[in-house]
Ligand binder design. Structure first.
Ligand code: BZD
Length: 838
C-alpha cells in the first residue's frame, strides 16, 4: 500500500463518481469520446447505453471500494453465498434506482438527445441461471447489499447463459446466448488468479514427526480468473461484490513447447479444453444428468472461491478455530457441496490440522439450502468419475462417511438398515456419491424454502437425518423477492401510487408498510387510479404481444398468465387442456350464451430444457392450440392463447405487472416454494393455485377470500398415485373430451401429442392432471365470475398487496442472518451516503 506521507495526494484525487446531472453528462460524453472512441456524430443508442452504464459503474466502484475497506477494517464475520446460478437480468435500471439517480440520468440523457427507456432497452440480460433458484440468488444479493450485510456472492462467469428460445413452426429452437460482447458491469481482475487442479493421484507419506499425510499430485492445472460485478444496495452507500470465475489455460495463450515442436493444433486444443469449463450454463432445472463437465465446473468454482475466502481469512492472522466466527458459507442447493470437502482438504493436507479439529471448523461454517424433493433432481456423482477427476476428494468423502456411519451405528445399534439408507455412498452399480447427504453431514443448518417444503424434507427424503441430528438442525426460511426490482423497477406507476399514500418510498425498505394501503381498499378514487395503472400495464403487454406474435389481444379481457420453466410437475399441460376445454365450451354455445362470457387471454411463457422432450411437446401443443383458437371467428375476443417467446427476467418485468390472474398449479408437494407467485400478487394480480409451496403462506397472509385454491392436497398424493397404478383410474370426462379433440387432429398431427396424452391415460398420470382437472375448471369459472365484478376484484387486489410484506427478500435475508449465519449488518458512516439521490 501507499506510504503514509503520500496518502494525502491520493485522498485529494480520490474518485468520487458523479452526483449531479451536469457531472453525469460530462461522464457520459467522456466515455463516448475516450473509452468508446466515438463522437456525437456516431453515438447511437448502443454507445449511449455503454457510456451511461460506465458512468454508473464508475460511481459504484468508488462505493464498492469504500464498502470493502470498511468491512476489512471492521474485521467481522462475512457471508459467502455460493451459487452456480445468478439470474441478474439487467443492471443499468437497477443501478440507477438503487443509487437514487434515475431522475438525474433521465434528464441528463434527454439533454444529450436520448430517451432513457430506449437506452435501458439496449441492455442484454445477464441470464446466468435457469429459473427460480438463480433468480432467488439475485434477489438475495440485492437484499444483502440493501441491508448492509458484509456479503459476497461467488459464481461462474459463463460465456453463454441460458439459451435464447425461438419458436419456429410451434417448436422450441435453442439459440446460444453470447452475452459478453460488451459487458460494462464487470471488472476483470487479472491479478486475482487461482490455479485449479484436476485428475492426478494421491501420494501418502510421513512427515518429519512421523504423521501420516496425503498429497494430491500431478494431473492438470486450469486457471481461474476473477471478474467482479458490483452490487449496489438500495438507498445505502453499501456496494457488495459478486465474484464470477472464468477459466483459462494455465499455460497462457497456448503451450509454446508444443507450438514450437509443430504441435500447434494440440496446443490450441488444450487452451480450448480449459476454457470450456466456464463456457456454458447447463440448461436443466430440476434434473441431474451427471456429466463430467458439470462436476468440473463445480469443483473449479468451489476451489477458486474457497481459496479466495481462506486467503482473506489468513490475512487477519487469527487462529483456525476462529474461522467459523469469521466466515459463513451458504450452499445454494447441493451444487457447491464439494466446498465442504475442499475446506476439509485445505485444513488437513495444506494447513496440517488434525481431522477432528478440521472437521469441527468445516461443519460449523456451512449451511445448506434445499430447493427440491423431486428424485430426478437430487444430485449424485458416480464414484469412478469422482475417483478419476478428484481422487483426494473421494478419499476424504469416504472418511467423512466412515466417521458419520460410525456415529450413526453408536446411536442406533439395533437399526440394521439405517446405515445403508443414510450412507453418503450409495451401494449401486456403479457406486454413487449422494451430494445432499454430504451437504447435510457437512453443514450446521439445513433449510427448505417454504413451510410445506421444509416439513416435507423432514418427513420424506431427510427423515433419517432428523433422527440422527435432531430436529433443530432442520429449519425453514420461506423465500422472498426484492421489492426494488419486482415493484419499483417493474411497475413504476404502481410504486409511485403506493408511495403517494404511504409517505414515500420507505415501503421499499420495510415492505410491511404496505399494510397502510388496506384502508384504501374501498376508496373510489384510489381504486380508479389502481385500475388505470393495471390497464396501462396490460396495454403495454398487449403491444408486446402484437409485435412479437402478430396477435391482437383486447386489454380489457382477463389476462391469465403462466410463465415459468416448462415442466410436467408445474402442469402447463393442465392449463392448455383447460384452454381446449374452454374452447370446446364456447363452440358448443349459442351466440346469446357467448355474450355472457368473460373474455380471456391465456398467456404462456417459459423454456424447456433442450433434452426434455415432454416439455417441448407441451410448448408445441400450446402453440398449435393458439394457432387454431386465435383465428376461429366463433371465438373472437372470448379466448386467445398466446405463447411468449424467450421468457427471461426483463420480459418478466413487462409481463408480471400486466396480470389479472396467474397460475401456480403444480401437483401438491412438488413445487418447493415458487417465487413468481409472490411477484404477481405484489403487482396487484390474483392467483389460482394448488396448496403447494409458498401458495400456502401467501394464503395465510392475504386471506383465503383473495386466492383461488383448488386440487388435491400433498398428503393425498401418494395414495392417489398408488390407486392409479393398482386400482382403477377413470379419466375425468371433460379431459376425455379434450383428448378426443386432440386425437381427431384438431390441433395438428395427433401423433405429435400421443406421449403427452398417454402419460395421463395409460401411464399412471403421475402428476395427477386428471384428478385435479375438474376442480381446476370449476375454480376457473369462479375466477370468471369474480372478474365480472370489477369493483370487488380491485378491492381484493389492493388488500392482497397490502398484506404481502412478509414476502420481501429482506425479511428472508434477516432470517438467514439471525438463525443460520450469525452475522450483523455493517452500515456505512453518515458521510458515506452523501450524494445518494432520494
Ligand atoms: O428454486 C426452484 C424451485 O423449483 C422453486 O420452487 C423455488 O421457488 C426456487 C427457489 O427456491 N428450483 C430451481 O429453480 N432449480 C433449478 O433451477 C435447478 C438448476 C440446476 C439443477 C437443479 C435445479
Amino acid at each position: 500500500s501507499i506510504p503514509e506521507p503520500q496518502r494525502e495526494a491520493w485522498k485529494k484525487f480520490a474518485a468520487k463518481g458523479f452526483r449531479t446531472q451536469e457531472d453525469f453528462e460530462k461522464e457520459v460524453v467522456r466515455h463516448v469520446e475516450t473509452t468508446l472512441a466515438r463522437s456525437m456524430f456516431n453515438c447511437d443508442e448502443t454507445a449511449a447505453y455503454a457510456a451511461a452504464s460506465l458512468a454508473f459503474r464508475d460511481r459504484l466502484i468508488t462505493q464498492w471500494n469504500r464498502t470493502q475497506q470498511r468491512q476489512t477494517f471492521a474485521d467481522g464475520k462475512r457471508v459467502y453465498y455460493l451459487s452456480l446460478e445468478f439470474l441478474m437480468g439487467r443492471a443499468l435500471d437497477n443501478a440507477m434506482l438503487n443509487v437514487g439517480l434515475k431522475d438525474v440520468a433521465k434528464a441528463g440523457l434527454q439533454d444529450l438527445g436520448f430517451r432513457i427507456e430506449d437506452i435501458i432497452n439496449q441492455e442484454h440480460d445477464a441470464a446466468l441461471g435457469n429459473g427460480g433458484l438463480g433468480r432467488l440468488a439475485a434477489c438475495f444479493l440485492d437484499s444483502l447489499a440493501s441491508l448492509n450485510y458484509p456479503a459476497w456472492g461467488y459464481g461462474l462467469r459463463y460465456r453463454y447463459g441460458i439459451f435464447k428460445q425461438e419458436i419456429v413452426d410451434g417448436y422450441q429452437v435453442e439459440v446460444p446466448d453470447y452475452w459478453l460482447d460488451f459487458n460494462p458491469w464487470e471488472f476483470p481482475r487479472h491479478d486475482v488468479v487461482v490455479d485449479i487442479q484436476f485428475y492426478g493421484h494421491v501420494r501418502k507419506f510421513q512427515d518429519t514427526q512421523g504423521k501420516q499425510c496425503s498429497s494430491w499430485e500431478g494431473g492438470e492445472i486450469v486457471k481461474a480468473v476473477a471478474y467482479d460485478v458490483p452490487i449496489p444496495g438500495f438507498d445505502t452507500a453499501a456496494t457488495n461484490n459478486l465474484r464470477l470465475w472464468s477459466s483459462k489455460a494455465a499455460s497462457g495463450e497456448f503451450d509454446f513447447q508444443k507450438f514450437n515442436s509443430g504441435d500447434y493444433e494440440s496446443s490450441v486444443a488444450d487452451q480450448q479444453r480449459a476454457e470450456t469449463i466456464s463456457a456454458v450454463l447447463y440448461p436443466n432445472d430440476n434434473l441431474d444428468r451427471g456429466k463430467e463437465l458439470r462436476l468440473k465446473q463445480q469443483y473449479f468454482w468451489v476451489a477458486a472461491s474457497l481459496y479466495d475466502i481462506v486467503r482473506r481469512f489468513k490475512k487477519s492472522k487469527r487462529a483456525w478455530s476462529e474461522f467459523p466466527d469469521q466466515v459463513a458459507i451458504q450452499l445454494n442447493d447441493t451444487h457447491p457441496t464439494l466446498a465442504v470437502v475442499e475446506l476439509q482438504r485445505i485444513l488437513l493436507d495444506l494447513e496440517g490440522l488434525e481431522w477432528d479439529e478440521a472437521w469441527s471448523i468445516v461443519s460449523k461454517t456451512f449451511g445448506y439450502t434445499n430447493h427440491t424433493v423431486l428424485p430426478e433432481a437430487l444430485e449424485k456423482w458416480s464414484v469412478p468419475l469422482f475417483q478419476n477427476l478428484l481422487p483426494r476428494h473421494l478419499q476424504i468423502i469416504y472418511e467423512i462417511n466412515l466417521y458419520f456411519l460410525q456415529s450413526v451405528e453408536r446411536k442406533f445399534p439395533k437399526d440394521r438398515d439405517i446405515l445403508a439408507r443414510v450412507s453418503i455412498i450409495e451401494e449401486s452399480q456403479p457406486k454413487m456419491v449422494r451430494m445432499a447427504f454430504l451437504a447435510i453431514v457437512g453443514s450446521h443448518k439445513v433449510n427448505g424454502v417454504a413451510e410445506l417444503h421444509s416439513d416435507l424434507i423432514k418427513t420424506t427424503i431427510f427423515k433419517d437425518f432428523v433422527k440422527i441430528f435432531g430436529p433443530d438442525k432442520f429449519t425453514n426460511v420461506t423465500n422472498g423477492i426484492t421489492p426494488r426490482r419486482w415493484l419499483h423497477q417493474a411497475n413504476p406507476r404502481l410504486s409511485e401510487l403506493i408511495a403517494s399514500k404511504t409517505g414515500g418510498l420507505g415501503f421499499l425498505k420495510d415492505l410491511n408498510i404496505l399494510n397502510d394501503l388496506e384502508k384504501y381498499a374501498d376508496d373510489k378514487e384510489f381504486k380508479k387510479e389502481w385500475a388505470e395503472i393495471k390497464y396501462a400495464n396490460k396495454v403495454q403487454l398487449a403491444k408486446h404481444i402484437k409485435s412479437t406474435t402478430g396477435v391482437t389481444v383486447n386489454p380489457s379481457a382477463l389476462f391469465d398468465i403462466q410463465v415459468k420453466r416448462i415442466h410436467e410437475y408445474k402442469r402447463q399441460q393442465m392449463n392448455i387442456f383447460g384452454c381446449i376445454h374452454r374452447y370446446l365450451t364456447i363452440k358448443s354455445m349459442t351466440p346469446e350464451e357467448r355474450k355472457k362470457l368473460a373474455p380471456r387471454v391465456s398467456i404462456f411463457g417459459g423454456k424447456a430444457a433442450p433434452g426434455y422432450w415432454m416439455a417441448k411437446t407441451i410448448i408445441h401443443l400450446i402453440n398449435n392450440v393458439g394457432a387454431v383458437i386465435n383465428k376461429d371467428p366463433d371465438v373472437g375476443d372470448l379466448l386467445k392463447v398466446i405463447f411468449l417467446e424467450d421468457y427471461n427476467v426483463s420480459k418478466a418485468e413487462i409481463i408480471i405487472p400486466a396480470s389479472d390472474i396467474s397460475e401456480h398449479i403444480s401437483t401438491a408437494g412438488t413445487e418447493a416454494s415458487g417465487t413468481s407467485n409472490m411477484k404477481f400478487v405484489l403487482n396487484g394480480g390474483l392467483i389460482i393455485g394448488t396448496c403447494d409451496g409458498a401458495n400456502i403462506e401467501i394464503t395465510r397472509e392475504i386471506g383465503e377470500n383473495n386466492i383461488f385454491l383448488f386440487g388435491n392436497l400433498a398428503e393425498d398424493v401418494e395414495d392417489l398415485r398408488h390407486a392409479h397404478n393398482y386400482g382403477s383410474h377413470t379419466l375425468d370426462p371433460d379431459l376425455a373430451k379434450v383428448f378426443e379433440e386432440i386425437k381427431k387432429g384438431t390441433f395438428g398431427d395427433a401423433g405429435a401429442f400421443s406421449a403427452l396424452v398417454g402419460a395421463i391415460e395409460d401411464h399412471g398420470d403421475y402428476y395427477l392432471v386428471s384428478d385435479d382437472f375438474h376442480s381446476y375448471n370449476q375454480t376457473q369459472t369462479l375466477v370468471d365470475e369474480a372478474y365480472k365484478n370489477q369493483d370487488e376484484w380491485v378491492s381484493k387486489c389492493i388488500i392482497s398487496v397490502a398484506r404481502m410484506g412478509f414476502f420481501s427478500s429482506d425479511r428472508c435475508i434477516n432470517e438467514y442472518a439471525e438463525s443460520i449465519w450469525n452475522v450483523e449488518p455493517l452500515a456505512p458512516e453518515k458521510g458515506e451516503t452523501d450524494g445518494l439521490g432520494k
